[in-house]
Design a protein around this ligand. Structure first.
Ligand code: 5MM
Length: 338
């Protein structure tokens, strides 16, 4: 089969108008912080048990079409010896893989960040593909301050996303392009919109320069919200602003936009996605979710590392996924929260 056929099939399996993506790709440091919050020590066995719980949750495949894994998970198996990517596939969920290697300061642009991991990426992708991964994810991070992101930050981060995406497509892997504009700060909705507009514009300019086929990509952006320390905006305001800026910057050839939750509460992330989908006549792309915290938090809390809590935790995860599926249809309302 050709590489284009591989990517066609992956896009068709991921994008069906009603299911989103579960981000379960927390690196070792991040998952340790999440576990600590629920009193669990982050051993390799605990991470395997937790990710088995997620991937084997009965009914998850009704609401989730893809899962982003961390490299360690790709090589782990459940208690019966079944590789975890196969556990996902068994539920009709396509396995994907986070391929960036974390971030650090961008020299020459104080306050901006840059993500690592391009060296050896083509070889790593081949190896991930042979172990079942059919799509990938790479995140660039943009803090907002009075002077960030800088012009250098915008161009350098966009270039990284484009080089990553082109490398994925050269081996038949669909790239998720994730420019995360951070929610931290006191900026207002207008400033958030202005920054996201510059970020998305620079990313699509770079993807074009690198010959990335947009039909075989998924965008994973932040929603346009005010900074966390600046108060809140209604779901309708978030949806209006987000769609307005997406329409200015993201070509219609992109099949799907799956938002990150970025520190929003689980209920806010669902309500905002629902408001976006109530305006979907204005959107040429599918509007879905690729949440980590907003899908996992209630389940992780219910689990708290105890085997006897696996079933209730799985129910919490599937319920959160179901509510976000309803938000993709524009059929969610707050009275559905228990
Ligand atoms: C922004 O983070 C991504 C989406 O998660 P949220 O919905 O919680 O915002 C997520 O996929 C992220 O990339 C992973 O959690 C990995 O993070 P680290 O920092 O460990 O690479």
């Amino acid at each position: 089969m050709s590489l284009a056929n591989d990517m066609d099939r992956t896009i068709a399996d991921l994008i069906d108008g009603r299911r989103g993506i579960l981000a379960a790709d927390e690196s070792t440091g991040t998952i340790a912080k999440r576990f600590e919050a629920v009193g669990v020590s982050s051993t390799e066995d605990a991470r395997r048990d937790y990710r088995t719980l997620l991937l084997s949750a009965p009914g998850l495949g009704d609401y989730v079409s893809g899962v982003i894994l961390y490299e360690e998970t790709l090589g782990q198996a459940d208690a019966d010896g079944r590789p975890l990517p196969e556990v996902a596939t068994g539920q009709g969920i396509v396995p994907g893989i986070k391929v960036d290697k974390g971030k650090g300061p961008l020299p020459g642009a104080p306050g901006d960040m840059i993500t690592y991991g391009l060296d050896g990426l083509a070889e790593r992708l081949e190896s991930y593909k042979s172990r079942g991964a059919r799509f990938a994810k790479w995140r660039e991070v943009y803090p907002i301050t009075d002077h960030n992101p800088t012009d250098l930050g915008l161009s350098a981060n966009a270039e990284m996303l484009a080089r990553y995406a082109a490398t994925c497509q050269a081996v038949g892997i669909v790239p998720i392009v994730e420019p995360e504009v951070l929610i931290d700060g006191e900026h207002d909705l207008e400033r958030s919109a202005a920054v996201n507009e510059r970020v998305w514009h620079s990313v699509y300019h770079a993807l074009h320069r690198h010959g990335v086929k947009l039909e075989y990509t998924i965008l994973k952006p932040s929603m346009v919200t005010p900074g966390k320390e600046a108060g809140t905006a209604s779901p309708e305001q978030v949806a209006e602003e987000t769609l307005k800026i997406l329409r200015r910057t993201v070509p219609a050839a992109v099949p799907a936009i799956h938002f990150l939750s970025g520190g929003q509460s689980a209920t806010d992330a669902t309500a905002n996605l629902n408001a976006l989908n109530q305006l979907r006549d204005k959107a040429p792309w599918q509007l879905g979710f690729s949440y980590a915290r907003a899908l996992q938090e209630p389940a992780m809390k219910a689990w708290a590392g105890k085997p006897e809590n696996v079933n209730p935790a799985q129910k919490k995860l599937v319920e959160r996924a179901r509510l976000n599926h309803l938000a993709m249809l524009g059929e969610y309302n707050a009275s559905l929260e228990t």
